[in-house]
Ligand binder design. Structure first.
Ligand code: IPE
Ligand code: IPE
Ligand code: MG
Ligand code: MG
Ligand code: MG
Length: 295
């Protein structure tokens, strides 16, 4: 299967799980619409694709892999709704469309984010799928909770907001990026591997090294694109970081060094996969995609 077919297939699989789950939430139409809007407005689905690629590096993906992919995308969608709120990055444009709080209203956006967060754990704890044992499922739930919360993405977002107009050291910047973006990407790789039910500790450790590199590279490239791309290609406001005086890899290192950093992290990611055969090729392609993407 070619890499582009793999991407299409992964997107199709995760979309089906998300769609089916969203149909269940019928208590309030406006809330359901805001959730659907934020999950089906053109996200690249990088994290779900990482889940599938990581599972494939170990064994066949399965129904639990689908659950993991959908759960992580739900957390990601929630994180972006809240990231765009006036109290945070105050962005009007996301994926070429009005952000959730513009398309709906601020209160609905906050609630849609809240509901998407619990939706993730609703999906992941659904035991009607029996591909993994209960203990593995708990490990997956815990990994996602840790990556999302006060020692993961939310901590990174908190640091980010306190860093406005501040000069961070390179180490502090890397820490912020690892938390706000790397942690969730890390959990995508870990959950994909765990979903097979047969990942060894050695494989999980190697995949973690891969994911650490790719997770940081993802945010470095996001910082680079904020400077070199344009609003139409990005689907979000170009120059948003500079406008808010956010410390980024570009503001700290300069554009060329930031680009080199992304390339170097890509090499690190490939090195980490040294012990894997062709079955990890989609992970290798994904690392290249992440540092070469234009949006
Ligand atoms: C954007 O993530 C936010 C960051 C963590 C940098 P993506 O670039 O994966 O966003 P979508 O889902 O494809 O829009
Ligand atoms: C967002 O980082 C990270 C999240 C946890 C959502 P950014 O604020 O740089 O993401 P964009 O550029 O708005 O997509
Ligand atoms: Mg932000
Ligand atoms: Mg933002
Ligand atoms: Mg950004």
């Amino acid at each position: 299967m070619s890499f582009s077919t793999f991407i299409d297939q992964s997107r199709h699989r995760v979309d089906q799980v998300i769609n089916t789950r969203l149909d269940i939430y019928q208590s309030h139409t406006r809330l359901q619409e805001a959730m659907r809007y934020s999950l089906f407005n053109g996200g690249k689905r990088v994290r779900p694709i990482l889940v599938y690629a990581s599972a494939d590096a170990i064994a066949e993906s399965n129904g639990t892999t689908d659950q993991a992919a959908a759960a992580i995308e739900a957390i990601h969608a929630y994180s972006l709704i809240h990231d765009d709120l006036p109290a945070m990055d105050n962005d009007d444009l996301r994926r070429g469309k009005p952000t959730c709080h513009i398309a709906f209203d601020e209160a609905t956006a906050i609630l849609a984010g809240d509901a998407l967060q619990t939706m993730a754990f609703d999906i992941l704890s659904d035991t009607s799928d029996t591909d993994v044992d209960a203990n593995t499922r708990l490990l997956m739930i815990q990994a996602l909770a840790n990556a999302s919360g006060a020692n993961g993405m939310v901590a990174g977002q908190s640091i980010d907001l306190c860093a406005i107009n501040q000069q961070l050291s390179l180490e502090e910047l890397a820490n912020m990026h690892r938390l706000k973006t790397g942690a969730l990407i890390n959990s995508a790789v870990r959950l994909g591997a765990l979903s097979t039910g047969i990942a060894s500790e050695q494989q999980l450790t190697a995949l973690e090294v891969y994911a650490n590199a790719v997770g940081l590279a993802f945010q470095v490239q996001d910082d680079v694109l904020d400077v070199i791309s344009d609003t139409q290609t990005l689907g979000k406001q170009q120059g948003a970081d500079a406008a808010l005086s956010k410390p980024t890899y570009v503001s700290l290192l300069g554009l060329d060094s930031a680009k080199n950093k992304a390339k170097q992290l890509h090499e690190e990611a490939l090195d980490a996969l040294g012990g894997f055969d062709y079955r990890a090729d989609n992970l290798r392609h994904l690392s290249a995609y992440i540092v070469n993407r234009n949006h």
